[in-house]
Design a protein around this ligand. Structure first.
Ligand code: ACO
Length: 362
């Protein structure tokens, strides 16, 4: 996780909002703002995941970079992680289904392992939303944070890992979440690429997210002959505490069995589920053989729910000394630097030209 913490009080210094509003509507108190690139976050996460699995980078034959925060369109981001790791034998894929990108990546890597196309896969969930957030829009700016985590999947004769998945997409609500100004569709339309505005209909997303995640969870449990009682831990996408509570209720799982990170990290889009999974492991909430339920939704509106049977080991085989560079500023200064590069109408630039980030993007 990037170390710089942006509090609700920090947000109140430049937005008409309050700690009370944000906590009561979302459950969020803090989120992280990265002082480095998404590539650096991903490389640290992937290095640590490989060390936990006792693998060398050269053992990896597949890297999936799950994210909607791409460094650039060409070359893709996964190839940058491949180069930074020295994973010279790995196929490298970017996968963007917005907030479900990690979970869709998990399904893709699992399918490739099952069909013999890969043996050792690294799946990354990473997001650097602070760089293209419209910081003048309180409807969205309070909700998101940066982060990254990664897992390693390995071919095995034992039935463990991703044992069930239900995936879909609610395109009727496609227009309810759109970041304008990023993508080739904006070229030549009088919009400077990188100047972003967010079309965001929170209440619509809220209702559809609850329904989709609850229905997908019920379906995946039915397909695999398990009930909510059999589930040891739910590791859901964390866009809003109230969404998670509604999904848990509809799926019949008590909140005591739900892993929560929304209070300290907010919504990190694709990074949310893997970060919560890592924290569940590190706090002893994942036991050998645990059955995990992972529901998610994201822009599209893509949705899914996955069943994971954890393997027999919950302790890392090794550790990596790869770490982020030291932090020399505050999260609020990082955000103010991005804001300073936004135009007076609140349209955000990527922040890449700002002095604080120039060094990282040289
Ligand atoms: N601070 C203060 N007031 C605010 C803020 C803020 N940060 N943001 C909005 N408001 C105001 C609005 O202007 C509006 O005011 P009005 O009633 O005078 O017009 C009012 O609060 C909105 O109130 P509600 O609609 O009742 O807010 P709601 O309870 O629906 O909460 C929220 C809004 C948090 C966005 C909620 O709808 C939500 O969480 N939606 C889904 C979350 C989501 O979409 N996350 C990202 C999805 S992307 C992904 O994860 C893939």
């Amino acid at each position: 996780m990037p170390p710089a913490v942006l509090t609700n009080a920090d947000l109140s210094t430049f937005l008409d909002t309050s700690d009370e509003w944000i906590i009561s509507r979302t459950g969020m108190k803090e989120r992280r703002i990265a002082h480095v690139t998404a590539l650096e976050l991903s490389t640290v996460a992937a290095s640590r995941a490989l060390a936990c699995a006792g693998l060398q980078a050269t053992d990896v034959d597949l890297i999936i970079y799950g994210s909607c925060s791409n460094e650039e369109a060409v070359p893709n981001s996964a190839s940058g992680v491949q180069a930074a790791l020295g994973a010279t034998h790995a196929a490298s894929i970017d996968l963007n289904t917005a907030c479900t990108s990690f979970l869709y990546g998990l399904a893709t890597a699992t399918a490739m392992i099952r069909t013999g196309m890969a043996r050792n896969a690294v799946v990354i969930g990473v997001e650097l939303i602070s760089r293209y957030m419209d910081w003048s829009n309180r409807n969205v700016a309070v909700l998101f944070g940066d982060g990254a985590a990664a897992v390693v999947l390995q071919a095995s004769d034992v039935e463990s890992g991703l044992i069930g998945s239900v995936l879909g997409c609610d395109t009727e609500a496609r227009a309810s979440l759109r970041v304008r100004g990023v993508g080739c569709g904006y070229a030549g339309r009088g919009i400077t690429l990188g100047d972003t505005t967010w079309d965001f209909d929170g209440p619509v997303i809220f209702k559809r997210a609850v329904r989709a995640m609850a229905d997908a969870s019920t379906k995946v449990m039915q397909q695999h002959g398990v009930t909510a009682d059999d589930v040891d831990l739910v590791v859901p996408h964390q866009a809003n505490l109230r969404i998670i509570e509604a999904v848990a209720k509809q799926a019949g799982v008590p909140m005591a069995k739900v892993m929560l990170t929304v209070e300290q990290y907010g919504n990190m889009s694709a990074a949310t589920v893997p970060v919560a999974l890592v924290e569940a492991l590190e706090t002893g909430r994942v036991k050998p053989g645990s059955l995990l339920l992972m529901p998610g939704f994201g822009g599209g509106l893509t949705w899914c729910s996955m069943l994971v049977r954890w393997g027999s080991r919950v302790t890392p085989l090794g550790s990596s000394d790869r770490a982020l560079p030291p932090l020399t500023t505050t999260a609020l200064d990082l955000v103010n630097s991005i804001r300073a590069s936004q135009d007076p109408h609140g349209r955000s630039a990527t922040g890449l030209q700002s002095p604080v980030f120039a060094e990282q993007h040289r």
